[in-house]
Design a protein around this ligand. Sequence first.
Ligand SMILES: *[C@@H]1O[C@H](CO)[C@@H](O)[C@H](O)[C@H]1NC(C)=O
Ligand SMILES: *[C@@H]1O[C@H](CO)[C@@H](O)[C@H](O)[C@H]1NC(C)=O
Ligand SMILES: *[C@@H]1O[C@H](CO)[C@@H](O)[C@H](O)[C@H]1NC(C)=O
Ligand SMILES: *[C@@H]1O[C@H](CO)[C@@H](O)[C@H](O)[C@H]1NC(C)=O
Ligand SMILES: *[C@@H]1O[C@H](CO)[C@@H](O)[C@H](O)[C@H]1NC(C)=O
Ligand SMILES: *[C@@H]1O[C@H](CO)[C@@H](O)[C@H](O)[C@H]1NC(C)=O
Ligand SMILES: *[C@@H]1O[C@H](CO)[C@@H](O)[C@H](O)[C@H]1NC(C)=O
Ligand SMILES: *[C@@H]1O[C@H](CO)[C@@H](O)[C@H](O)[C@H]1NC(C)=O
Length: 346
Amino acid sequence: MDSIIQMYFVGCIKINLKFIVILVILLSNNGSGLIAPVNVDKSNSAKLIIEHEKIAQNQSSRQGMDYGTNSINDEYMMELPVTVPSSSSSSLSSTLNINKTFFMSSNNSIVTSQVGSVVHLSCLVHVNGDETISWIRRKDYHLLTVGSTTYSSDERFSAIHYNETGDWQLMIKFVQLRDNGLYECAVSSHPSISLFVHLEVTESRAEIDGPIEKFLRVGSTLRLTCRVLRSIENPIYLFWYHNNRMINYDVHLGVNVTIEADNKFSELVIAQTTVNHSGNFTCAPSNAASASNVIHILNGENTIGLAAYGGAAGDSMNAKNQSIYVQTLLLLVIATYQFISQLQIS
Ligand SMILES: *[C@@H]1O[C@H](CO)[C@@H](O)[C@H](O)[C@H]1NC(C)=O
Ligand SMILES: *[C@@H]1O[C@H](CO)[C@@H](O)[C@H](O)[C@H]1NC(C)=O
Ligand SMILES: *[C@@H]1O[C@H](CO)[C@@H](O)[C@H](O)[C@H]1NC(C)=O
Ligand SMILES: *[C@@H]1O[C@H](CO)[C@@H](O)[C@H](O)[C@H]1NC(C)=O
Ligand SMILES: *[C@@H]1O[C@H](CO)[C@@H](O)[C@H](O)[C@H]1NC(C)=O
Ligand SMILES: *[C@@H]1O[C@H](CO)[C@@H](O)[C@H](O)[C@H]1NC(C)=O
Ligand SMILES: *[C@@H]1O[C@H](CO)[C@@H](O)[C@H](O)[C@H]1NC(C)=O
Ligand SMILES: *[C@@H]1O[C@H](CO)[C@@H](O)[C@H](O)[C@H]1NC(C)=O
């Protein structure tokens, strides 16, 4: 390891201006964060989200159709033994007072969700009369919805009413960590009654193996693997970006992206890199924080000092120890400093 650094240091002494420019670029890149939100192609992702919601709604309405045969309706309930979703059967025992308004879903339930996804908080109510159902965020007593009307200025909140089931759902789109907490489904009966739902939001993130900055020689193979960590819901897609271009389907440009069926693991391979493959590569799953790598593809003349990064790793220079990387960067700082002070003297 020492020999590599020494070798490198010798390279630094022979300072020339072109080399310093590369050093400065390297140093400025080093400040960049590991995780960065991506400006995903908006039209594309919006479409996917809409699809996602449609499916979710379809599932809910299908549920509604199943229960529809047992539709909760005063006349029926007077005469027929009522079969309702199993969770609520206890509350509808023989002593049922149908003149009362009551909840059919369980109190203090816990719903888990993940940043970026859509969550539906359910509130099954048998309404006797014209009571309205409201959703309140307990953290700040913010009134979110009343009946089917959204009161919050935050457009992510909306109420969905499934008449057949008596479900008054609160839908939250693009769930955020700050949405974590207690929600109240309040019915304006006398006295008013409330059901509580605990929303637990977790955050998932992508990670690209190896250091966040990688150096390769022209013609060598770039291989980036990305995995989605701490994910409770599979992403509905995973995109790779080269700078601002989505490259999942750039097979004709020599880019081979493979993605596991669950969208939680992906590999990007560029068999024959050219200098044009330099830049910022980002792995962006639909519902997790993205990860970026800065890739430097160096042709022969630029590799003199930077060979230190490659070491024995040869093809891909990412296998090297982070500590070498840090120490080398320190040397770069010293070299740059010396160079600048030389400039000031002359
Ligand atoms: C790489 O791209 C991502 C997404 O566009 C951006 O957030 C990040 O700042 C970029 N990193 C660098 C070092 O340019
Ligand atoms: C919803 O369900 C209906 C029938 O069950 C089906 O025809 C339709 O394609 C579904 N829509 C979506 C978005 O899945
Ligand atoms: C429900 O209310 C009606 C009149 O509003 C009454 O005739 C009936 O007995 C009540 N039923 C029960 C179970 O309380
Ligand atoms: C809800 O369903 C009941 C009976 O199932 C019906 O009488 C009522 O009109 C429906 N309301 C709406 C808004 O569709
Ligand atoms: C639900 O639980 C809360 C306490 O956590 C209680 O205040 C409320 O009355 C309960 N609601 C019902 C319908 O039992
Ligand atoms: C892409 O990579 C996969 C697995 O590494 C391989 O099976 C496939 O043939 C490759 N496709 C192309 C176009 O190179
Ligand atoms: C790099 O890109 C430039 C401009 O897009 C193009 O002219 C050149 O041929 C490319 N070089 C390689 C090696 O692909
Ligand atoms: C990399 O550094 C760690 C400590 O930071 C050390 O334990 C490990 O042996 C090093 N690996 C190599 C290949 O030098």
